[in-house]
Ligand binder design. Structure first.
Ligand SMILES: Cc1cc2nc3c(=O)[nH]c(=O)nc-3n(C[C@H](O)[C@H](O)[C@H](O)COP(=O)(O)OP(=O)(O)OC[C@H]3O[C@@H](n4cnc5c(N)ncnc54)[C@H](O)[C@@H]3O)c2cc1C
Ligand code: SF4
Length: 439
């Protein structure tokens, strides 16, 4: 049973989605930074996909050099502020902190990172001097973490950059997908403005690149193209009833919630189907929107879920109930969802098999399919010579694709990971583009 009432005002919405990693004040940051051991060969650095020099920035915070700390962070990760809040630090830097071996709370690296970067964003403090103009122009498709990070690094190296973005806001799933209790949209967009003002790339919003004609024009007008398009809509689960009213895809549900807040319809009894991080988010969010009962149904055992344990703990803490080894057979209802028919499963030789005569029904008035995002293969097939590996764009170590004019990064390359991985790809790809243009 969820403990949250349905929010009816923005204030109640904010209270239900209270930040789990609030901004530190300077006293908290000072004391927390004092605990760091400034380890040699620090494991927290190795665990960070962007390799931020964590002991260095923590020492800079401790010696009141906040701009220096922010620069250390941004030198490695252009999404330094967002990542401080949205990264799964529990399994990355903080999970690797040496204090874990002594049963002492690890350093709150994410919140310290957020503290330093927030200060320079608030002061609109520019940290970088751009290289002189090279006369080269690069097109970036998609203003997500991969595309924006690539654009920042290219501008730093002196290239002109134009980003083409299908939607109305920058940062991709950071603003359209990440749970509102991790970061506020205002915070994400503040960092995006900060980056754009500093690096001076152009973004064309509501401008999807759709077909061969658009692509040919980019190839003609630009010296290189970076693809940072992420993934597509929620995949179908191919069972009857999927098209009933109140059966929605998880990414679509979360996007609506993030943009529309109170206007988002949420049922009283919600079943979320899936076992990944997006399923955990969707279930938590439905509960915080006042759903009375939220069931998370996964077809394998609990230990086999793809989601991080801490994400499941977050969902359980708001009243979400897990039902495991339950495969959905049909979504029931005439026009609207009234329930889901499941069958019990077991795993044999790594495969999920149904146990005969174990069907059961759970009543609900909303189903959220959190069954993963589809890859954008139809679009990508229109780029000459671009090879895919199970729908993911094939790249070399410099993130160059099999069509040499195109580079790519982020979810479209790794099949779906975290903001920090996409930001890391974008930066490395920009260096690859720079080397390609020099030759
Ligand atoms: C629900 C959900 C919650 C998540 N929560 C977290 C989290 O808490 N922490 C975390 O680190 N990661 C989280 N992630 C993952 C993270 O958001 C992604 O890994 C990351 O955003 C990928 O970045 P990207 O740039 O590759 O793609 P995206 O963020 O998907 O950005 C791609 C951009 O390209 C645009 N685009 C697509 N096609 C076109 C086209 N043809 N023309 C022009 N523009 C186009 C899209 O509109 C979008 O803005 C979450 C993902 C989801 C789905
Ligand atoms: S591992 Fe922990 S204590 Fe060591 S440098 Fe990193 S944050 Fe500091």
């Amino acid at each position: 049973m969820s403990e949250y009432g349905k929010p009816t005002t923005e204030k109640e919405f904010d209270a239900n989605f209270e930040q789990i990693k609030p901004l530190m004040n300077s006293t908290e940051a000072y004391y927390e930074s004092s605990r760091c051991l400034y380890c040699f060969d620090a494991p927290c650095v190795t665990a960070c996909p962007t390799g931020i020099d964590i002991p260095q920035f923590i020492r800079q915070i401790n010696t009141q050099n906040i701009s220096g700390a922010a620069k250390t962070i941004y030198d490695s990760n252009y999404f330094g502020n967002a990542c401080g809040k949205v990264c799964p630090t529990e399994v990355l830097c903080e999970g690797a902190c040496v204090y874990n071996h002594q049963d002492v709370k690890p350093i709150e690296i994410g919140r310290l990172q957020n503290f330093a970067t927030d200060a320079v964003i608030e002061r609109k403090e520019h940290l970088y001097q751009l290289a002189p103009d090279t006369g080269k122009k690069i097109a970036v498709i998609g203003a997500g973490p991969a595309g924006i990070a690539c654009a920042c690094e290219l501008r730093l190296l002196g290239h002109a950059v134009e980003i083409f973005e299908a939607k109305a806001k920058p940062s991709g799933l950071t603003v359209y997908g990440v749970a509102p209790y991790k970061i506020l949209n205002e915070e994400v967009l503040k960092e995006m403005n900060y980056l754009q003002e500093q690096f001076g790339y152009t973004v064309h919003y509501n401008k999807p690149i759709t077909g061969k004609e658009d692509l040919s024009k980019l190839e003609q007008d630009f010296d290189a193209v970076f693809i940072g398009i992420g993934l597509g809509e929620t995949r179908s689960i191919r069972i009857d009833g999927e098209n009933l009213k109140n059966c929605v895809g998880a990414t679509e549900f979360i996007e609506e919630l993030k943009m529309e807040h109170l206007k988002t319809p949420v049922g009283k009894r919600v079943i979320v189907i899936g076992g990944g991080n997006t399923a955990m988010d969707a279930a938590s969010e439905a509960a915080r929107m006042g759903a009375e009962h939220v069931i998370l149904a996964y077809r394998r055992a609990k230990r086999e879920m793809g989601a991080y344990e801490f994400e499941y703990d977050l969902a359980k803490a708001v009243g979400v109930k897990g039902v495991f080894n339950a495969q959905p057979l049909e979504i029931l209802g005439d026009h609207e969802v009234v329930g889901v028919k499941f069958i019990r499963t077991k795993v044999e030789n790594g495969k999920v098999v149904s146990i005969p005569d174990t069907e059961f029904t759970e009543a609900c008035d909303m189903v959220v399919r959190a069954t993963g995002q589809a890859k954008q293969e139809t679009f990508l097939a229109q780029i000459d010579g671009l090879e895919l590996d199970w729908g993911k764009i094939k790249v070399n170590a410099h993130f160059q694709t099999t069509n040499p004019k195109y580079f790519a990064g982020g979810d479209a390359v790794n099949g779906g990971a975290e903001v920090v991985n996409a930001a890391a790809h974008g930066k490395v790809a920009a260096k690859g583009i720079h080397a390609y243009l020099k030759n």
